[in-house]
Ligand binder design. Structure first.
Ligand code: AMP
Length: 427
């Protein structure tokens, strides 16, 4: 029989890689905690309508990438392609839109998109992200951006500035729902004159949402799009301009470098005002490490009390790619418990339980095999010590402690063996 394999675009994370993942997750949690953000965990599957309603019909995620299926009850469900829609659904479902307080959430976990797999582009990938719901203040955008930059630094990435290597924060102002129709009309007028030169997808985008054309990776479409953005004075309202000006000034005060990019529109429809992306300048088309922005209309669009909000998501596969190969030895047990005969195994297991209660990572022998083989296994596991016990040690009320590096072997009383072991391991 042909052995089964993981689905294309999904990966097993084996123990030698898992340490790097755990470290990223630990670092992320630490920074989230420092900024007062709390974890929220939402289901991996949701009603499909949640995503089709919130992400926008013309968004590539919805048209091409969403994992959509009918469950056994005939309901249309989807694997979550991103985190924001689910967090907003939970926010409304649990009545948090009815309180005046600010909610600061973070999440961490797998997302699913049916994409053509390649380096840094998976079908199951992992994001960490935050959502701050309840504040319209431009300083909330700045807090989220400061947190984003801090987390990237904590991960070990260098934030670049013009002329210096490192990842770059790109920023744009998308305007509000009042500005959008003016902007769309101007874009539509512009692209109407170039329709024949646009790719097939963009001609479709032109009909549904011309803003999406700015997202196209096709070189020709990109060069056409270059001249499409009308000057801010022709479509952006005074409030939106003031909002993003305040964001820019506060970023300068916090010494956070950014690059202004009027073509940055993000792949989803729900963003307004501040939109941003972290890009790796050497990565070509798939250059985004993370991104986010303000989404003041989404809570109301999904049926909640109007609540302004802002957030971001970072792709962990891309972070690991940016950091380069960093395989680390998985952390194995510190101590092996060896036993002399098969009849001693339960006693060895009991010793292991005693040590674990004191916080020591222990693996006991479980097989009927000679002591020599057991010592070989202790070496292989990278243990610092082996505790040996058989009938004669039990009769004397002792255990033998073998220090693996020096090969020294000492006899210790069974009343104090765990303390002695702890002392040795901390040396
Ligand atoms: P997006 O919601 O598309 O802006 O995605 C946010 C971040 O998630 C991106 O900047 C990437 O780092 C990451 N990401 C998105 N799609 C994928 C994917 N298919 N595979 C790996 N990472 C992804």
């Amino acid at each position: 029989m042909t052995p089964l394999r993981a689905l294309g675009g999904t990966s097993d994370i084996l123990p030698e890689e898992a340490r790097a993942w755990q470290q990223l997750e630990e670092k992320a949690r630490r920074v989230f905690h420092l900024y007062g953000y709390q974890e929220i965990r939402t289901p991996l599957i949701e009603e499909a309508a949640l995503f089709t309603r919130s992400l926008g019909e013309a968004a590539e995620i919805v048209t091409k990438q969403i994992y959509l299926f009918e469950d056994r009850g005939g309901r249309s469900v989807a694997l979550r392609p991103e985190g924001t829609a689910s967090v907003v659904r939970a926010f409304i479902e649990h009545g948090m839109d009815k309180t005046a307080s600010l909610s600061r959430f973070y999440y961490l976990g797998p997302m699913f998109r049916a994409e053509r797999p390649q380096a840094g582009r998976k079908r199951q990938f992992h994001q960490v992200g935050v959502e701050a719901l309840g504040s319209a203040s431009p300083y909330q955008d700045v807090e989220v951006l400061a947190l984003l930059v801090q987390i990237l630094k904590e991960f070990g990435l260098k934030m670049g500035s013009p002329g210096e290597p490192g990842v770059i924060l790109k920023l744009n102002n998308l305007g509000c729902r009042n500005d959008r129709p003016v902007m769309l009309k101007k874009l539509a007028d512009y692209f109407a004159g170039h329709l024949n030169d646009l790719c097939e997808d963009c001609r479709q985008r032109f009909k549904v949402n011309p803003l999406r054309i700015l997202d196209c990776k096709n070189e020709k479409c990109r060069s056409i799009a270059h001249g499409s953005i009308p000057p801010e004075s022709e479509w952006l309202c005074a409030d939106c301009r003031a909002h993003v000006d305040t964001v820019k000034k506060a970023l300068a005060a916090l010494k956070i470098n950014f690059e202004w990019d009027p073509r940055l529109v993000r792949g989803l429809d729900y963003y307004s005002r501040t939109a941003f992306e972290i890009v790796h300048p050497e990565w070509g088309a798939q250059n985004a490490v993370g991104g986010g922005g303000r989404y003041d209309d989404l809570v109301a669009m999904l049926g909640g009390n109007p609540t302004p909000a802002v957030g971001f998501a970072i792709g962990l596969e891309r972070i690991l790619l940016a950091l380069g190969e960093r395989e680390e030895k998985p952390q194995g047990p510190k101590v092996f418990i060896a036993t002399v005969t098969a009849a001693d195994i339960p006693d060895g297991m009991a010793l292991a339980e005693t040590a674990r209660r004191k916080g020591i990572s222990v693996v006991p022998n479980l097989e009927d095999r000679p002591l020599k083989r057991q010592m070989e296994q202790a070496e292989k596991l990278g243990c610092s010590a082996t505790v040996i016990r058989g009938e004669s040690e039990r009769a004397k009320g002792v255990v033998l402690l073998k220090k693996m590096a020096s090969r020294e072997q000492i006899e210790i009383s069974e009343g104090t063996w765990v303390e002695t072991l702890q002392k040795f391991l901390s040396e």
